[in-house]
Design a protein around this ligand. Sequence first.
Ligand code: HEC
Length: 132
Amino acid sequence: MRIPDTKARPKARRRLSGIVTAVLLIASPAVSGAADPPPTVDLEASDTIGKGATRFNQSCVYCHGYAGTGGKGATLQRRNDLTPAALFTVISNGRKRGALVMPPWKSTLSEEEIWELAAYIMSLRTMPEQKP
Ligand code: HEC
């Protein structure tokens, strides 16, 4: 098992990805699709989705519910409105709705792990409805 060491990544790359994210935040959704960060994993591979599911159950279930059924955080099932790039951005940077706060994950998780979570959430699009 690989233990991600995000701190070891070169500063320049981190700064660049920060700029890219900032630009994306400003640019979306007006030009959605134009400057999407390219996924670094195969989003449809069952291996990728499986890893995302495991992490989701560790880190996200508390707020987003079993299989994304929702709770403190939004429901993440059958969300055809969320693109992989949008998922990557919101998971990286976090989100706030009123008093409810989702923490940013980019300093805790590697980019690959964030894409795995995006892959898992994409897989929930076609999932049969599940009750919490
Ligand atoms: C402490 C609670 C909390 C945790 C933990 C949390 N979230 Fe969230 N999440 C929220 C809140 C609050 C929002 C704000 C959006 C809303 O609920 O309307 C949100 C929003 C989102 C959205 C955007 C939904 C939309 O409608 O645009 C995604 C995607 C998401 N979270 C994924 C995740 C993933 C993946 C994890 C685990 C790595 C996670 N969240 C962990 C609380 C949380």
